[in-house]
Ligand binder design. Structure first.
Ligand code: 4NP
Length: 157
């Protein structure tokens, strides 16, 4: 059975679309493309339909990730469609817990930094939207680290 992962941030134009593509590529590198499915969404719907932020696209492209996702708002139905919902920060974590239809389904919510190994002190992936270029590269560092850890955690065959 495919493991379906939904990455969630605030606007779905910086962190989570990058997480989605990084996860997909790292899975492909392990020969696991057929075992996983990735998507992303935002708790805020104001950017719905937009491509990722140009600064995020440029930073990601410099590491070989091409971001083509179109922003969408997370929905209650996502709790049925996905096996895990992985959020970037506390604000997303709280918003997803409010949206979860049941306590059982809320158990699908994880924090991205739980899976980081090279950045053990990080408790969230910082919002780069109002930051300079370095903020976008820090996001990529954290997401690459966490996606490797998440793939290990999923224990795919
Ligand atoms: P993201 O970044 O949550 O990583 O996609 C943001 C994108 C847009 C806004 C905030 C954060 N915004 O305020 O519009």
């Amino acid at each position: 059975m495919k493991k379906k992962i939904l990455f969630v941030c605030l606007g779905n134009i910086c962190r989570s679309p990058a997480a989605e593509e990084i996860f997909r590529q790292l899975a492909a590198r392990r020969g696991l493309s057929e075992c996983v499915e990735a998507d992303s969404a935002g708790t805020y719907g104001g950017h719905a339909g937009e491509l990722p932020d140009m600064r995020m696209r440029e930073a990601a492209a410099s590491r070989g990730y091409r971001l083509t996702h179109r922003s969408r708002q997370v929905a209650e139905e996502d709790f049925d469609r996905f096996d895990r919902i992985v959020v970037m920060d506390d604000r997303n974590y709280e918003a997803l817990h409010r949206l979860a239809p049941s306590r059982e389904l809320a158990a699908k919510i994880y924090r991205m930094t739980e899976f980081c190994r090279r950045h053990p002190d990080r408790t969230y992936v910082p919002d780069p939207y109002y930051e300079g270029r370095a903020g976008f590269y820090l996001v990529l560092d954290l997401l690459e680290d966490a996606c490797e850890g998440l793939l290990d955690d999923l224990a795919l065959e």
